[in-house]
Ligand binder design. Sequence first.
Ligand code: GLU
Length: 429
Amino acid sequence: MAKLEELPAEAVQLEWDTPLFRTAQRQFEQAIPYADVNESIVERLRYPERAVVVTVPIRRDAGHVGVFPAYRVQHSSVLGPTKGGIRYDPHVTLGECAALAVWMTWKCALLRLPYGGAKGGVRCNPRELSPGELQRLTRRYTSELRGVIGPQEDIPAPDMATNEQTMAWIMDTYSMQVGYAVPEIVTGKPVALGGSLFRHEATGAGVVMVTERACRRLGWRLDEQSCVVQGFGNVGGIAANELAAKGAVVLAVSDISGGVYAPDGLNLADVRAWIADHGTLEGYPDARYVTNSELLELPCDILVLAALEDQITALNASRLDTKLVVEGANGPTSIEADAILAERGILVLPDVLTNAGGVTVSYFEWVQDLGRLFWTRDEIRARLADKLGDAFDRVWELADEKAISLRQAALVAGINEVAGALKARGIYP
Ligand code: GLU
């Protein structure tokens, strides 16, 4: 594991060394024996290239100034600019951003996008901030990162609790500072500003494209499967709709207030209408209320994890009642849970493959912005299906050939791309 040059063991406790970062690092170590990479390159890729900590002051609506810790971590710039989302969440830490940046590197490389991984965030409770406060927070955070982000350096995108409007504020702040419009500084922005058609749906739709392809390989029909979806935001909400549109039955969904379960299937249009009227799922009348942990253990064929990291752990992995776990979120399954699920014969479609639809359409958005030439929705959907299908097939075949898990195979495929490039470039100077 971590072995930074000539440091005593106690000094190896690095600033980003948190449980989630250790999960990312242990997954990396589990993939390395199957990758085509020498120890010098492995050692370089163990750590982020750059980790930035800033504090962001904003004037609160009440009149006083509030200060929020904020981060941006860039893991690898070997293949191109770094790329990854920005999240607003009370649990954001440097270590969480570092783990998520590492996963972004393997995700981009697996999809053969010319990017490395990054992730950033502000530690705040976005539900307690007004639209004006969120705008001031976003603009000041963007200013603080002015020296490290850029269309050829590091390109932010939406993540938890950030959206098209957040990206519009980032684009405007950056553009006002350089003096002209720079749409290619962020992806996931409104279409009116050079955003891409289909970006909003891309992650959730991509999750279902990968699930459908897996079903085909397994000899199952998607329209005969029952599904539980944890999370009803931009990933889970869209994935649930796409699953239902393809004939699968969605038994349960959840949001921050808990879950709702109907053994014969939910009416998703009704659920959506309830949320539009009430803000959350809480109180939805036509289903049984379940807690988040009950939801994860409901009997189903396919369990889609589209909420948070660290949801399936040694504590609940042995109680899952499903055939296939689909990782729409980043890092929802712990190392221990991975081993238990493998032992139980429950297949896991890993995050770096399964939720890569978002960053893939982000790449299409950046290319369109740089070329000032825009594609149709059908073109984008078809290109996304091609890219995800190609990556899925490479992962499936590698897993078969080396008798390893789909997660290991996805990481090996990503690591091999980065390692090949780093070997050719060499360590500077
Ligand atoms: N935050 C998303 C992810 O985790 C999207 C990143 C992007 O589009 O750059 O993949």
